[in-house]
Design a protein around this ligand. Structure first.
Ligand SMILES: Nc1ncnc2c1ncn2[C@@H]1O[C@H](COP(=O)(O)OP(=O)(O)OP(=O)(O)O)[C@@H](O)[C@H]1O
Ligand SMILES: [Mg+2]
Length: 315
């Protein structure tokens, strides 16, 4: 039975509070209380820079493999994959998108009907030799894709029984390497075995960061995963870029953006992608932003960002 005598309980631990008096003491004061509180929250969040290793150049004669990753959900990973892939293809590069997320949003955004697809990323991981047949054309000339879909659910459990389970995707992509300039892998918002497969296959990673509170919270965990993969499975893995997404001109967004810029001065890729409804609309038409509204802020930002990445990747 639960004791009601509180004297028997050990004292609760007390940790310093980030915002304690801020919300109560400002009542009736001229300065905007909410903005003061935001300032307090934001500066309290500054921490020592995370150790993210920079990536190496692509070895001669093969595709660069890039994983777009952040275990935080809804930060713009898939939107970034679709639009960077499309922008690169527009510039004449041969691009393969591999969707390793069971939500399968890359297919929708690139105009591929998932119900018509016979082989998916699941097949590629279970039978690496099926990769060549698993590729599909998309609504964008020059972009091929391997579709992720709900059959990826439960795959991690099945993979536990497999030998070399972290290297399946790497093996599968090997025969495709000389046929593409770049292979871009979309990942689910988890750091599970499928995501590890993507990291083991990759030269570089792109980390989209939404400029909201908690933006940097999960990055320490991601940095730890990158360190482990480098140490145990793929020593060449490094970070190709940190991207700011869904950026709006609010004070909080601006403050988070400057924290991220300060934390990763070498890795940040400018410009930030502005929050723009046209980017959210485009997938419902099965096309990337450059076919939907190229002149929209989102269209312009992804175009400019791709120029920076294209140079960084030596494409
Ligand atoms: N810059 C933007 N402006 C407005 N809406 C955006 C922007 N970028 C993405 N979105 C929308 O926000 C939602 C989440 O984006 P997206 O699916 O790309 O994130 P994600 O990181 O891939 O999510 P998940 O973790 O679930 O895979 C989508 O509805 C997308 O259309
Ligand atoms: Mg996604």
């Amino acid at each position: 039975m639960v004791s009601t005598n509180e004297d028997n309980l050990p004292e609760v631990n007390s940790a310093p509070l980030i915002v304690d008096a801020e919300f109560t003491e400002v009542e009736g004061v001229e300065t905007a209380p909410l903005l003061d509180a935001v300032e307090e929250i934001s500066t309290a969040k500054v921490r020592r820079p995370l150790d993210l290793p920079a990536a190496q150049p692509t070895p001669e004669g093969r595709a660069r493999i890039v994983t777009v990753i952040n275990q935080k959900g809804g930060v713009g990973k898939t939107t970034t994959v679709i639009n960077i892939a499309a922008q690169l293809a527009l510039r004449g590069h041969k691009v393969l998108v591999v969707d390793s997320d069971s939500q399968g949003n890359c297919a929708t955004g690139l105009g591929v009907d998932k119900s018509k697809v016979k082989a998916t990323t699941r097949d590629l991981i279970l039978n690496p030799e099926s990769a060549v047949q698993a590729r599909h054309a998309t609504a964008v000339e020059g972009v091929h894709m391997i579709v992720g879909d709900k059959t990826l659910i439960g795959l991690e459990q099945e993979m536990l029984r497999q030998l070399g389970r972290e290297r399946r995707m790497s093996e599968a992509l090997e025969p495709l390497m000389s046929h593409y300039d770049i292979i871009i892998i979309d990942t689910p918002p988890t750091l599970g075995l499928v995501t590890i497969n993507a990291l083991v296959a990759s030269d570089g990673i792109l980390i989209p960061v939404q400029t909201e509170y908690f933006a940097l919270e999960g990055l320490a965990m991601l940095a730890g995963t990158i360190r482990e993969v480098r140490g145990l499975l793929n020593p060449r893995l490094g970070v190709d870029g940190v991207l700011l997404t869904m950026h709006a001109p609010t004070l909080l967004n601006q403050q988070v953006a400057s924290e991220v810029r300060e934390a990763f001065p070498e890795l940040i890729v400018e410009p930030a992608i502005r929050r723009n409804i046209k980017l959210a609309e485009a997938p419902s038409h099965g096309i990337p932003i450059h076919l939907h509204e190229p002149r929209s802020p989102g269209g312009q930002d992804y175009q400019a960002m791709t120029t920076v990445l294209e140079r960084r990747w030596g494409l």
